[in-house]
Ligand binder design. Structure first.
Ligand code: ATP
Ligand code: AMP
Ligand code: MG
Length: 196
């Protein structure tokens, strides 16, 4: 196990496959090296705060809250994640931009990303039409269904937001393409970043 913190932030728009790619990459680390990776899901940390306050019943309702409220919950969740992120290999599963009813909320503002101190910010991407299909075919979530043109712009904006977060922290920015039916290939790239 290496000394010090080795934290990777994994981002990408809803339904692109972040959580799936992370789970596969973590299994690879376990199988090849017998090492654990601590995965911290930012949305889960926010949901714990928001549901205790009685604001939401499921995680997909959070982006519909007033943006001021989302920012307050985000701050508390960021503190709780930064507090837990002390072991050697850590992944934070989150978003660079959240599509709200009042524009994009910045997922990694300075006070969140500085506290996390990532070595790399990964941006998982996929073809917009495939993302639209993954959203509509996943019964476990209530994701917004969207036109491919809107999905494409959201992905472009996420590139800009990932670079902004990298500029604040000095983290590298790695784009990983999660091609249809090729989770293993995307996970191998994430595995390489984790083991670097
Ligand atoms: P969210 O931000 O909403 O949590 P996510 O990026 O974590 O979304 P996942 O839940 O990992 O997305 O994946 C969404 C759906 O897409 C799931 O049903 C998953 O099985 C499927 N999926 C993920 N990657 C691929 C792939 N490479 N090919 C086909 N289906 C995929
Ligand atoms: P997820 O399961 O990754 O889709 O996360 C659930 C929800 O948590 C998202 O739809 C957002 O509303 C919220 N969320 C996750 N990460 C962040 C973040 N960094 N900043 C603000 N909201 C976030
Ligand atoms: Mg997810």
């Amino acid at each position: 196990m290496p000394e010090g913190k080795n934290l990777v932030i994994v981002t990408g728009i809803p339904g692109v496959g972040k959580t799936t790619v992370i789970t596969t990459a973590v299994d690879m680390v376990k199988q090849k090296h017998g090492e654990e990776v601590l995965v911290l899901n930012f949305g889960t940390a926010m949901f714990e705060v928001a549901s205790k306050k009685g604001l939401v019943k499921d995680r997909d309702e959070m982006r519909k809250l007033a943006t001021k409220t989302q920012r307050e919950i985000q701050k508390l969740a960021g503190q709780s994640i930064a507090q837990k992120a002390k072991s050697a290999r850590i992944i934070v599963d989150t978003h660079t931009l959240i599509q709200t009813n009042n524009g994009y909320l910045i997922g990694l503002p300075e006070w969140v990303v500085t506290a996390l101190g990532p070595k790399t910010i990964v941006l998982v991407e996929a073809a917009p039409d495939k993302i639209a299909a993954r959203r509509s075919e996943d019964p476990t979530r209530a994701r917004d269904s969207q036109d491919v043109a809107v999905i494409e712009i959201h992905q472009q904006m996420c590139r800009a937001a990932a670079v902004a977060a990298g500029t604040i922290t000095g983290a590298t920015v790695r784009i990983i393409n999660n091609r249809q039916g090729e989770v293993e290939a995307a996970a191998t790239e994430l595995y390489q970043t984790l083991m670097e």
